[in-house]
Structures are given as C-alpha cells and as structure tokens.
Design a protein around this ligand. Structure first.
Ligand SMILES: [Zn+2]
Length: 173
C-alpha cells in the first residue's frame, strides 16, 4: 500500500475524533516562514505556541520568494498576523548543492533541460542567508512597518533557536 493510501485510511480514524471547532475561520497571530525540512514540522512544540496561532509558510531554505512575500502580505493584511518569524536551521539540504550543479545534474539525468534554469535557492551560510531573506521581508512596502520581522536558526542537534543579528559582513555588495 502506498503512503498516500495508508494516509487516506488513517484519515478516517482522525476524522472521527476531529474537533470541529478547528474548522472555524482561522485567526493566526504570527506568520512563520520555515524550511520544508521535516525537522521543522513541530512548530507548536518548537515555539510553544498553539497550532491555531501559527500561519506556516514553507519553502526550501527557507527562501523568501515573490510567492512567499505575497503569502506574508495576505497573512498580515487579510488574516491579521502581527509578527513575522523566519526560521532557518542547521544542516539544511539546500546547502549541499548549488543551483548550477542541480540544473546540470537533472539535465544529465533526465536528458531534458528545464525551460529556464530552475531556481532552487540553494545557499552556503545559514546566518547570511537568514539575514538576506529577512531583509526582503522587512523592505517590502506592503508589509506594515509595525510588524516585526525577525530571523532565527533552529539547531537540529540541540532543538534551540537563536536569533540572527545583522552583521556588517552580511551586507551584500
Ligand atoms: Zn532546510
């Protein structure tokens, strides 16, 4: 049985105990942009916040793409979140290759080129990347200035998160 088919079976059990109050219109308080990495999935546990309070936006990295900015704006302006947290982590898979390498590898593997070089938003330095991504959030004119946007790194070895501070060496040339 495929994983999806097993999940469909399990969902029937889940639905029997489902709290229907959770179906009410969501009123999240904080938007968290984090990596697709499964180690970041327990955000209520990692952050000690109720699931209902967290609007989760996940990308590899996490990269703050145009799409992510759009989702953050909706999260703030439509759903009413008042803080933005960017949560990177140690040991990210997106540090293990470059976009160029991945494009070359997949073109060779499949015998087909992507219509345009694919952006995977790979990076090398978690601290620098976190700061660069949070800067994109902070500088967007449609994200209200009173909404704090802060960047953090989750240590997959210890479970602790620490804040990324702006450093002179992190300014992009
Ligand atoms: Zn990651």
């Amino acid at each position: 049985m495929s994983i999806i088919d097993k999940a469909l079976e399990a969902n029937k059990t889940y639905a029997k105990k489902y709290d229907r109050k959770l179906g009410a219109h969501p009123t999240p308080k904080i938007a968290v942009v984090t990596c697709m990495d499964p180690r970041l999935s327990d955000l209520p546990g990692i952050l000690g916040l109720p699931q209902a309070d967290i609007d989760v936006i996940r990308t590899g990295g996490p990269a703050v793409t145009e799409d992510v900015l759009g989702e953050l704006i909706v999260s703030n302006r439509v759903l009413g979140t008042t803080e933005i947290m960017l949560l990177n982590h140690t040991g990210c898979g997106f540090t293990t290759f470059t976009d160029d390498e991945m494009n070359a590898k997949l073109s060779a593997l499949t015998g087909d080129a992507s219509p345009a070089p694919m952006r995977f938003f790979s990076y090398k330095d978690a601290e620098q990347n976190t700061w660069e991504q949070i800067k994109k959030v902070r500088s967007h004119p449609w994200i209200a200035k009173e909404v704090p946007g802060r960047g953090f790194i989750f240590d997959v070895e210890t479970g602790l998160i620490r804040e990324v501070q702006p450093l002179a060496q992190h300014t992009t040339a």
